[in-house]
Design a protein around this ligand. Structure first.
Ligand code: C2E
Ligand code: C2E
Ligand code: C2E
Length: 91
């Protein structure tokens, strides 16, 4: 059985990302391209990203991480299993 404590991974579909409207998808596209460049990971169809990266993207898009996760899933660029994965900041 899978480890119960392991969160579902955040996996971007890079091909689907290329077909989105550049206006809304632009920041995500540039962010993903930056991670690919930092890793030297240019040939993948998908890109696994960090939990922290969804929180950073939420700041960029001025949304909660939960709302942004659902939007990326609705765009078809994030795996549906990611829903509810990113924790809200707590004080
Ligand atoms: P870094 O954060 O200092 O990580 C150095 C190396 O540790 C990475 O080299 C990678 O080999 C490994 N590493 C760190 N965290 C993880 C992880 O969660 N999973 C895996 N599999 N390996 C990990 P790499 O991949 O060449 O990345 C170089 C630098 O690029 C990283 O230095 C970091 O500054 C940046 N980077 C790469 N991918 C990401 C990402 O997904 N998000 C963010 N925020 N930065 C990234
Ligand atoms: P997985 O995590 O289910 O990933 C399945 C396949 O999705 C990977 O096969 C790879 O083709 C693609 N993939 C996922 N994330 C990325 C990404 O950020 N960049 C690219 N270019 N491709 C990605 P692959 O590489 O043969 O890996 C097979 C399995 O090996 C992975 O299944 C995972 O369980 C493990 N694995 C590979 N790399 C890492 C890693 O950096 N960290 C950990 N923990 N496991 C890894
Ligand atoms: P993963 O490689 O299976 O790593 C799963 C989790 O283990 C990461 O979740 C992180 O919490 C922890 N982890 C793994 N390696 C390191 C490390 O070197 N340093 C630290 N501080 N923690 C580590 P996270 O951060 O949400 O990342 C999710 C997935 O995103 C990773 O799965 C990996 O596929 C990818 N990733 C994240 N950062 C990097 C990176 O710097 N380089 C590469 N190649 N892949 C990365």
């Amino acid at each position: 059985a899978a480890a119960a404590a392991a969160p579902p991974r955040l996996i971007l579909d890079l091909e689907a990302l290329q077909h989105l409207d550049a206006g809304e998808a632009g920041p995500l596209t540039r962010y993903a391209a930056t991670i690919q460049a930092q890793r030297g990971d240019y040939n993948g169809k998908v890109l696994s990203i960090r939990q922290d990266d969804m929180r950073t993207l939420a700041v960029i898009y001025d949304e909660s991480p939960t709302t942004l996760t659902e939007r990326f899933i609705s765009w078809g660029v994030l795996n549906p299993e990611a829903k509810g994965d990113v924790e809200e900041p707590t004080e």
